[in-house]
Write a protein that binds this ligand. Structure first.
Ligand SMILES: [Mg+2]
Length: 166
């Protein structure tokens, strides 16, 4: 009964950590809306939220979230060995592993996600702008890519489903 609906520890923790790092489902849904409003004139915010929820319920997405946030926190606490500590702490542009980890999320709903990911990664609207604010004292080297990737994957899911109903 209640057992069936129970969230896994991975999902519960991934959602909790997103919240603790300042990211709400609504923030990601805002990015989905930003990406999709021009393609779907009747787009509703509740559909954006629903698609974000579905992406967050996937195990491979939760794994990427947990791994990325854990690395950000360790860098913030200066718990890593060099040279990795400095690379992640200063969010070195050529590092690239943060993007690679995010691709495991983008991949979940097919290749259209890559276009969406590249687009918001470049424009950095909404919550992505806050996460990239280096003056905050926080390290979001992995989280910004993860949030962009969840939004891109949710956008792909939404686009595929809209196509199927049209
Ligand atoms: Mg990054």
């Amino acid at each position: 009964m209640a057992e069936e609906k129970k969230m896994s520890l991975s999902e519960e923790t991934a959602r909790k950590w997103l919240h603790e790092r300042g990211v709400e489902v609504q923030d990601i849904a805002d990015l989905v809306y930003f990406l999709q409003e021009k393609y779907h004139p009747d787009l509703q915010m509740k559909d954006c939220i629903e698609n974000v929820e579905r992406v967050l319920s996937k195990r491979e997405v939760q794994n990427a979230i947990l791994t990325g946030i854990q690395l950000d926190i360790m860098a913030e606490k200066k718990l890593m060995e060099e040279p990795l500590q400095s690379i992640i702490e200063v969010d070195e542009g050529l590092y690239g592993v943060d993007e690679v980890l995010a691709f495991s999320i983008v991949n979940v709903y097919g290749s259209i996600g890559f276009t969406n990911y590249g687009y918001i990664d470049k424009l950095k609207p909404g919550i992505l702008k806050d996460l990239n604010d280096k003056s905050s004292g926080k390290c979001h080297t992995f989280l910004d890519d993860i949030v962009g990737a969840v939004a891109a994957a949710a956008s792909s899911r939404l686009a595929h489903r809209a196509q199927n109903t049209e």
